[in-house]
Design a protein around this ligand. Sequence first.
Ligand SMILES: Cc1cn([C@H]2C[C@H](O)[C@@H](COP(=O)(O)OP(=O)(O)O[C@H]3O[C@H](C)C(=O)[C@H](O)[C@H]3O)O2)c(=O)[nH]c1=O
Length: 183
Amino acid sequence: MQVEQLSIPGILLLTPPRFADERGFFSETYNSRSMAEAGIDAVFVQDNHSLSRQRGVVRGLHCQLAPHAQGKLVRCTRGAIWDVAVDARQDSPSFGRWVAAELNAENGSQLWIPPGFLHGFCTLTENAEVQYKCTALWNRDCERSVLWNAPELDIPWPVAPGEAILSDKDAEAPGFSAVRNWF
Ligand SMILES: Cc1cn([C@H]2C[C@H](O)[C@@H](COP(=O)(O)OP(=O)(O)O[C@H]3O[C@H](C)C(=O)[C@H](O)[C@H]3O)O2)c(=O)[nH]c1=O
């Protein structure tokens, strides 16, 4: 498996091999030994799957606080997304910095985002399906959101503010200044 360390230590872009033949392809999309070899010693307890029907849907920026903080292993199995992780760890040298990667059904790449990060994505196509493994169960009381285009983060999202398709929760989220001692 191809493993790329992105610019914030701990965030990895993984690309499992695909074995193509005249029928199509086969790929091990999750293998605990490959994860351990990549330095990911996480145990996953929940799989999520979302479909966003339009291009320009933004989901995020979300996280869960301890003791329900989630690591996420994210992949896009239909269409394409621009996947973003923001360091929300108070004492991290990269606090408030973001990294991003395009994940799509063609490249099969996966983004590993450890606990302590906000996560969000913008769809680049219609009918984008995202599947991700989480290291903690959903806990509504520990969910926190930050405005996707918070000025402090200066994330160059591939959709204009007035065109992004958001849930009410995401549209009303606070700025990054709300992140104080979350992690
Ligand atoms: C996250 C979650 C939600 N739900 C229910 C709660 C709502 O009734 C419904 C939709 O939830 P929400 O609008 O929060 O879904 P997204 O906007 O896709 O949220 C996700 O967006 C970003 C990209 C993430 O990384 C998180 O996993 C998650 O916050 O699913 C559940 O039943 N279980 C869950 O784990």
